[in-house]
Design a binder for this molecule. Structure first.
Ligand code: GLP
Length: 256
């Protein structure tokens, strides 16, 4: 696990975008696993810029999103599908048929989850999985207690997560109680993982994930077992990590 700390959110986003860009440049038809949330918005902005400058192309890239709210159709403004359209897909040259996002209103949820796993496999697995982290240490929507053997499945959202997700909904009655998410095992099968965290509020979750005990109670801690994880934190999110545990202090223009 390589831990990189940047000065601020902007630099974290640039470093993250460079990591994704290098993956695409090394393999044009890369399979990317993508997250939602506030954290990756800056990274997506940087990727859009690189694409508009012709430095990278998404024309052969295949994407699989981590999760989607259960009960929301893809045209619901609060859906992760809409988030992805707005923050990335509508502004890069990705092909529609290469975008994969779980269907929040699939009548057969189990079938939808099975098919998602099969599609990932059919594409040769995820080359680079980008992750954010929840305040409670969740990855995707794998809440504390999620089984390490878990695959893509329907999950209940914790009260804490629902409170946090309320930012995406005008009417509190609309906040979903469930989501469909890639499982811990699905995530751990990615060839490489890039974990991002920004801001003071994420410092405890980052510390627990990177240096705490590896336990199902802290879902992100499982990443300590993965052979190829890069973590990019801004200074605030890294504030509880010991300086000797940080591999690279990055300033703009010279980070990973
Ligand atoms: C949601 C998503 C996660 C994301 C997390 C953190 O729960 N399902 O994939 O990592 O939020 O969000 P934020 O980056 O906004 O803190």
């Amino acid at each position: 696990m390589r831990i990189i700390v940047t000065d601020n959110y902007g630099e974290m986003s640039q470093a993250a975008a460079r990591t994704v860009a290098r993956q695409i440049l090394a393999k044009q038809d890369s399979v990317l696993g993508l997250p939602t949330g506030n954290t990756p918005i800056g990274m997506y902005g940087q990727l859009i810029k690189l694409c508009s400058h012709g430095l990278i192309s998404f024309s052969k890239v295949v994407t699989f999103n981590l999760d989607e709210y259960r009960g929301l159709s893809s045209d619901h403004p609060g859906s992760f599908y809409q988030y992805m359209r707005e923050n990335l897909f509508d502004q890069v040259d990705i092909r529609e048929e290469n975008i994969h996002i779980l269907d929040g209103i699939a009548p057969d949820t189990e079938g939808e989850c099975r098919q998602y796993e099969e599609e990932i496999r059919r594409h040769g697995g995820i080359d680079l999985q980008v992750l954010g982290i929840g305040l409670n240490g969740h990855i995707g929507f794998n809440e504390p207690g999620s089984n390490w053997g878990s695959k893509t499945r329907l999950v209940n959202l914790s009260a804490e997560t629902r409170r946090r997700e309320s930012r995406n909904f005008r009417d509190p009655g609309e906040i979903p109680t469930q989501a469909i998410t890639m499982g811990i095992r699905t995530i751990m099968r990615a060839k490489r993982i890039l974990l991002l965290a920004s801001g003071q509020e994420k410092a405890p979750a980052a510390k627990q994930a990177l240096r705490g005990p590896v336990t199902e109670k802290a879902p992100a801690s499982v990443l300590q077992l993965h052979p190829a994880v890069t973590v990019i934190l801004d200074k605030e999110a890294s504030s509880l990590i010991k300086p000797e545990d940080i591999h690279e202090l990055s300033t703009m223009g010279r980070s990973d």
